[in-house]
Design a protein around this ligand. Structure first.
Ligand code: SF4
Ligand code: SF4
Length: 222
């Protein structure tokens, strides 16, 4: 796991595992507004237990941490020592150790080639997060853009291929927002058990129409 995906630089960063994609409305506008209010939530926090969020959620059993927000205009943990000055993550439900040591399924499911291709793309934090929460969907998009020639671990994306994958990620985000239920999983096994509900990589009947429309987008744009 050489390349860590959490905050790799540029406009890419992620706080998906902090729960923001458990919001019912995961549009860019809704999540931006939630993250923009992170500093305000933090300033109102006087210690003790976490402030409660009153948002419509996808999965009642999955936590949305109030301490995520925008740091240097990118999503991240406002209690992280690099941002907060000292490590304040102990105040959160997960605590300092889990927050510091967790790696999401993308870290296990994206091989080095796919990670390099992901990092080579000009994505904002939102589309980057979509690729992180459905890593095999992202690999599927690469394969489709490359015409299934097995180059997803190859050297690079042409500008047309990168534009096609970007459009597909945007369309995938809109599709995910229309679905009910969870779209992010904390373990690889849970993700693989449930990705038939939403991932074009699953080949499932319920994603067939979406897969065809993405395929058209990827092939037409490339
Ligand atoms: S979801 Fe994955 S890439 Fe994003 S912050 Fe969490 S561990 Fe890092
Ligand atoms: S305290 Fe933990 S869960 Fe909360 S935003 Fe920071 S890293 Fe994420």
């Amino acid at each position: 796991m050489d390349i860590t995906l959490c905050r790799p630089g540029g406009r890419r960063a992620c706080s998906v595992c902090c729960g923001c994609f458990n919001m019912r409305d995961i549009s860019r506008q809704s999540l931006s507004s939630f993250l923009e209010r992170g500093l305000e939530r933090l300033s109102l926090f006087g210690g003790g237990s976490e402030p409660e969020l009153h948002s419509e959620v996808r999965d009642e059993t999955t936590h949305i941490c109030p301490f995520q927000g925008l740091a240097e205009a990118l999503p991240g943990c406002l209690l992280h020592p690099a941002i907060h000055g000292s490590d304040g993550r102990g105040a959160s439900l997960y605590g300092e150790r889990i927050c510091g040591e967790f790696f999401c399924p993308a870290h296990h499911l994206l091989d080095e080639g796919a990670r390099r291709l992901l990092l080579s793309m000009e994505l904002d934090w939102y589309l980057y997060s979509i690729a992180i929460l459905d890593p095999l969907g992202f690999v599927w998009m690469l394969d489709e853009a490359f015409g299934n020639d097995g180059r997803s671990s190859g050297p690079g994306l042409s500008p047309a291929e990168a534009a096609a994958v970007k459009s597909a990620l945007e369309a995938h985000a809109a599709f995910l927002n229309r679905l009910d239920g969870p779209i992010f999983y904390y373990s690889r096994s849970e993700y693989l058990l449930d990705y038939h509900r939403f991932s074009p990589a699953s080949g499932s009947p319920e994603t067939e129409r979406h897969r065809l429309s993405l395929r058209q987008l990827l092939r037409l744009s490339a």
